[in-house]
Design a protein around this ligand. Structure first.
Ligand code: NAG
Ligand code: NAG
Length: 926
């Protein structure tokens, strides 16, 4: 019976996923808040219903510890079970971080330990702990209630108010609040208990039953951000950068922002619905205070409300602050409270604080920052060869060719379809000969087929996730009946990693890298197209507790496997669809299966910006849109914006028409070629920014307010963005646009990237919308490194000379950086790199060494020279350039080429200064 219904179900699924069906979001496949008991219940609670008070507050092991007990019996709890106190631990770390843990008291008996997510917080973090010595106490108001105060930094302190219980961060001098928790008394913590007669713990959704053997265990609380105009973050949603309120006056029937990793077929733009990834980290920004952040390390399903002003009007709760505030409400199905408060006060400070907890983004290989060509599927070796040579024929650079699921033998990963791909090694070698790479897909669903070596081994060793009754969980995915390896277990991750060795992965070569798709995990016949919540992982952890981090562990295991394959000296490249806090350490992500329409192009920008704010700087959206056939104009616009995504890949669904850049007539080929070449010219800038992200966490592409935190007009802008601190890119998101409005922030000028024309900052410019590019401007006061020679791939650009574009500001000054290394190995971690800082002031350009001179550094040499220096906005009419050392003269020319052959006036060029990038030098402009 079961097999039969499974068979029918799979037929149905085949129909559902078959090419001919009209795609649309299957809303009913997924639960809303009302169908999710913990969410519905939490949303129904009234402010002030938390009756917890903090008692026994003291210092222990450098932390503040306390017990939370109910002041009065909770009227909602009619059972007679004695109420157990909760254990609170508050710790302080360097750089302005406060951590709050609330869990069940470990010394008391409990049916199960609640899950704390391991492997996300980086090793070095604990060493930043500031050991609290003592507490100071202050009296609140006229009653006998106290608050305990801890030192956070010279300017900030943390406060635990005992009764009613509340935690907040405030500025020491002004007493102004920054962040607070439970100020509205919404904290609720459902403790595990033993099942009693009559307890109905099962939950049903559609045809699925969740056995919920441990019963209700949800947690919810309110968090307030002070001096904030907007909140941002908590990816992944297809929605605006500044998060819109989901509850409050005038908002009807809105869902909270859901964090639950799901394979949402045809997701819709502009929705709080949860898609492939989850990062429970929110950032606030405002004119009054600046920036702060709140991160809840918890991998269970989460729902977050942004509460609109006036939501608490009749609650009777008055917060002791006149500052503008954004209130939020956080709900999670399971886990513990492990929350981090970041005090900022600037946008980059908050990102750095978050990164010090979850780790810096990995440094990608150079090739991975260039253009990728993907399709489901490049059919066979001949197709691959054809596409590859067409790029050359049309003079379009590209670096990576991708193979989707059809390259395998029946969706058995690590294998090849031997008819279509009889010579995988030779195929990769041919690409590698042109300096190109290949990426193949490896998904987490393992085909249950006794003749498949991965399955045989995994089932024999007991490496699969178990269902609620303890058998290998069996779900339906691309290969049919499939099981899923349990990546929470380090032993299984290590076993998985070994599968990527050249010996084990037959047909792989050193130029092959990996793509992890479907790792939410996607299960076609599972509840909400994923794994049942009562499935079991290593250590008895329920899937519900781990769900949002499953893909993270899979990404980690794959990435670690590639490092092992390369003997620890080849940077891995792994693209993942699912993501969690910390995914930045393991590789790139993309925004999943979007659609070929203008709204999806539009929403890709805030999606990528949000990922960057939450640590994941290496992301992009499928150029062209995965589902559907883009009109040539949409495809061209997508390439023009995609050229500035940190991760730049064209991709398309199986059933779409072919859409390689040369298939739409000469003019469109030219436009797409131009867009891709722009990216290649700017690669030195991008690579330098990837290094900045690697060191500081500050993302490659940034919201405008990250660079202009005091310019209110930028706070909710998300149709334009910054690349580093120097470039502003404005998207064009409408068909046949004639004009485009561009807001240029700040007081200084901006120079059109192509023509050098100067525009005033601090105003909105209405410009013509040209078909051949999206508007991009270089900010006055910056220096931008470029490489202008067009090659087939990045590997062939290694010895090419550089161009520096100096955009002078009103004080005739500018600064910029260039970072170079071998683009491949980990030797940069031991000093094998060149990092220069260029400073132009008082008519003189100086190149300074930024690399730390540490003994034992590995060498990195480059003979590359600077072939051209372009000066924008120079006030005088200099004739000569004098180069030191050497006392050499170089000629200055006027009105020469700027970008891709366009002629410009008002631009000076120093040609062939003959200086090396690696050296110290100065150039005086006379
Ligand atoms: C940079 O990336 C590498 C991995 O590529 C990582 O090991 C390192 O921790 C990152 N951060 C710094 C500061 O090097
Ligand atoms: C001009 O740029 C330099 C270098 O970035 C900077 O130090 C200086 O403050 C800028 N001047 C103005 C007026 O913005």
């Amino acid at each position: 019976m079961r097999t039969l219904s499974l068979f029918l179900l799979s037929l149905l699924l085949l129909l559902l996923f078959s090419p001919s069906t009209v795609h649309s979001w299957k809303k009913d496949e997924f639960r809303n808040c009302n169908q999710t008991p913990f969410c519905k219940r939490a949303r129904g609670r009234k402010p002030g219903s938390c009756s917890l008070v903090a008692t026994d507050v003291s210092v222990s092991d450098g932390d503040l510890v306390a017990k939370l007990v109910p002041k009065e019996p909770d009227p909602d709890h009619d059972d007679q079970e004695p109420v157990k106190p909760l254990a609170l631990t508050l710790s302080v770390y360097g750089d302005g971080i406060m951590r709050l843990k609330i869990d069940e008291d470990q010394s008391l008996e409990s049916p199960k330990r609640r899950f704390q997510v391991p492997d996300v917080i980086v090793d070095g973090f604990e060493s930043k702990k500031l050991w609290l010595q003592r507490l100071s106490t202050e009296k609140v108001g006229s009653d006998e209630h106290f608050s305990s105060i801890v030192y956070l930094s010279d300017d900030y302190e943390g406060v635990v108010r005992h009764d009613p219980f509340e935690v907040y961060v405030r500025e020491r001098l002004s007493g102004d609040r920054v962040l607070s928790m439970n100020s509205h008394g919404l904290l609720d913590f459902e403790q595990l208990r033993t099942k009693k007669e009559g307890d109905e713990w099962e939950e049903r959704f559609k045809s699925h039953t969740d056995s919920r053997p441990y019963g209700p265990q949800s947690i919810s609380f309110d968090v307030s951000f002070y001096g904030a105009d907007f909140v941002y973050g908590i990816p992944e949603h297809a929605t605006s950068l500044a998060l819109k309120p989901t509850r409050g006056p005038g908002i009807d029937h809105s869902e909270p922002y859901r964090l639950f990793n799901l394979d949402v077929f045809e997701y819709i733009p502009e929705s709080p619905f949860g898609i492939y990834g989850s990062i429970p980290f929110m950032i606030s920004h405002g004119k009054a205070r600046g920036t702060s952040g709140f991160f809840w390390l918890n991998a269970a399903e989460m729902q977050i409300d942004v509460l609109g002003e006036g939501w608490d009007a009749d609650s009777g709760i008055l917060l002791p602050s006149s500052q503008k505030r954004v209130d939020t409400f956080w709900m999670s199905e399971a886990g513990i409270v492990d929350a981090f408060f970041f005090i900022g006060p600037g946008p980059k400070d908050v990102v750095k604080q978050y990164i010090s907890v979850t780790g810096p983004p990995a440094m990608p290989q150079l090739f991975a920052t260039a253009y990728h060509q993907c399709r489901w599927n490049y059919r066979d070796e001949e197709d691959v060869e054809n596409v590859d040579s067409k790029f050359d024929e049309h003079d379009i650079p590209y670096d990576v060719l991708w193979l989707d699921i059809e390259h395998t033998d029946g969706k058995r990963y690590f294998t090849w379809d031997r008819v279509l791909f009889p010579h995988p090694e030779e195929m990769q070698r041919k690409l590698a000969a042109k300096g190109r790479h290949m990426v193949t897909i490896v998904d987490p669903h393992i085909k249950r087929d006794e003749s498949y070596h991965i399955h045989k081994e995994a089932s024999m060793k007991g490496y699969y996730v178990k269902d609620a009754s303890g058998n290998d969980y069996d779900g339906w995915c691309w290969p049919g009946s499939s099981s899923y390896t349990d990546m929470l277990n380090p032993e299984i991750r290590s076993w998985w990693g070994d599968k990527f060795s050249f010996e084990n992965y037959v047909g792989s070569t050193p130029s092959l890298y990996i793509w992890n798709d479907m790792n939410e995990p996607s299960v076609f016949n599972g509840p909400e197209l994923t794994m049942p919540r009562d499935a079991l992982h290593y250590g008895g952890v329920e899937h519900r507790e781990l769900h949002n981090a499953y893909g993270y562990y899979f990404h980690m295991a794959t990435s670690d496997g590639l490092i092992k394959r390369g003997n620890g000296n080849d940077r891995p490249f792994v693209l993942s669809r699912a993501l969690f806090a910390g995914s930045q350490r393991y590789g790139a992500v993309w925004t999943g299966d979007n659609s070929a329409d203008w709204d999806h192009l539009r929403v890709s920008v805030p999606m990528v910006l949000t990922l960057g704010l939450t640590g994941i700087s290496f992301s992009g959206a499928d150029v062209g849109g995965f589902f559907g056939n883009p009109e040539p104009e949409l495809l061209v616009r997508w390439y023009q914006i995609g050229a500035y995504y940190p991760f730049f890949r064209g991709h398309a669904h199986h059933d779409t028409k072919r859409r390689e850049p040369w298939l739409f007539g000469e003019r469109n080929t030219e436009l797409m070629r131009d867009a891709i070449r722009t990216r290649y010219m700017l690669l030195p800038l991008f690579y330098t920014l990837f290094r900045e992200a690697n060191v500081t966490g500050v993302p490659v592409v940034r919201p405008l307010w990250m660079e202009f935190p005091f310019d209110e007009a930028t706070f909710d802008k998300d149709e334009a963005f910054m690349v580093g601190n120097s470039l502003l890119v404005q998207g064009i998101f409408t068909e046949r646009a004639k004009h485009v409005s561009v807001y240029l922030p700040g007081k200084e000028s901006w120079y059109d990237l192509r023509t050098g024309t100067a525009y005033l900052g601090g105003k909105t410019h209405k410009l013509d919308a040209p078909e051949d590019h999206v508007p991009a401007f270089q900010r006055a006061g910056t220096i931008l490194p470029r490489r202008d020679r067009i090659r087939r791939s990045t590997t062939q650009m290694v010895n090419d000379p550089y161009t520096l574009v100096i955009a002078l500001n009103s004080s005739q000054a500018a600064e910029g950086e260039l970072y170079i290394d071998d683009g491949k190995s980990f030797e940069f971690k031991h000093g094998a790199y060149i990092h220069r800082r260029f400073v132009f002031k008082e008519g003189k350009l100086t190149s300074l060494n930024m690399a730390a001179a540490t003994s034992g550094n590995l060498p990195f040499k480059s003979e590359c020279i600077i072939e051209r220096i372009i000066l924008l906005g120079h006030a005088g009419g200099p004739k000569n350039a004098l180069i030191e050392p050497g006392n050499l003269k170089a000629q200055i020319e006027f009105g020469p080429l700027l970008l891709q052959g366009r002629r410009s006036s008002g631009v000076l060029t120093i040609r062939k200064p003959g200086i090396r990038i690696a050296d110290d030098w100065t150039i005086k402009v006379l």
